[in-house]
Design a protein around this ligand. Structure first.
Ligand code: TYD
Length: 229
């Protein structure tokens, strides 16, 4: 049983007040190629002289470790896992993401609260409630890069690379996750709220093309921000 409860009393966080950095989140179903893209983007940004933090969720911290144990061993309940994802995210924000944004870095985060809404939503929790809960406790990203891929193609890539898919990666589950991602991102774009900018990229394109599209978006955002400051 997970005893700690995430503290939901920080509505200011979502406003991102005063952080000079740029917060970019990479999202997509397993097999979409987020991790490769994140690594290559980080490398290119470093080469361009831009201080960049490359990070991911679940983290390697205490809550992230408990989550990974749950994925590979006896599964915790969906509610317990959700609670761990939220605790992990808060610790991640406090220890790594916010300090890096305060220093003006680009933060590239491989998975964030859209993953929680889509993945935990796909195992029966309410995705809208998860988004609401996260908006209260988490910093809103500036940009979400969503790698779009057909779940069957994604599963083929996973099986080819690793021979065996884990429990997160069964086809019907990935299909539900993909549908929820679409719903959540559509809602974020059309809510009229000051949401994140969503960039969809076709993950079946050649890697170089994906990298160049993502990089162009980021550099454009950085240039605009520089001109405004
Ligand atoms: P990840 O480390 O990105 O997968 P991989 O081992 O392939 O690099 O994430 C592990 C799993 O965690 C992934 O299948 C999605 C899941 N996940 C959630 O269910 N909810 C979340 O909030 C996050 C961040 C990840």
């Amino acid at each position: 049983m997970v005893q700690n409860q995430p503290d939901g009393n920080d509505p200011e966080r979502v406003q991102r007040k005063g952080y000079p950095g740029l917060f970019i989140v990479l999202e997509g179903i397993d097999g979409a190629g987020k991790t490769t893209l994140a690594e290559r983007l980080s490398q290119r940004l470093h080469e361009l002289g831009q201080d960049t933090l490359l990070t991911f969720e679940p983290t390697q911290g205490r809550w992230g470790k408990r989550l990974r144990e749950s994925f590979t061993g006896t599964r915790l309940s969906p509610e317990e896992e959700l609670n761990l994802f939220l605790l992990d995210r808060q610790e991640h924000l406090d220890k790594e993401i916010i300090p890096a944004l305060q220093q003006g870095n680009v933060v590239l985060c491989d998975r964030y609260y859209y993953s929680t809404a889509a993945y935990q939503g796909a195992i029966g929790l309410d995705p809208d409630k998860i988004m609401k809960q996260n908006r209260k406790i988490a910093v809103r990203p500036d940009i979400v890069i969503f790698l779009q891929i057909d779940p069957e193609q994604a599963l083929k890539r996973i099986i080819k690379g690793r021979k065996k898919a884990n429990s997160f990666e069964k086809l019907d589950y990935l299909q539900r996750v993909a549908e929820l991602y679409e719903r959540i991102l559509h809602e974020e774009e059309n809510s009229g709220r000051n949401g994140a900018r969503i960039i969809r990229i076709d993950a079946s394109l050649p890697q170089e093309e994906i990298l160049s599209m993502a990089l162009k978006t980021i550099l454009c955002h950085l240039n605009t921000a520089r001109h405004q400051s």
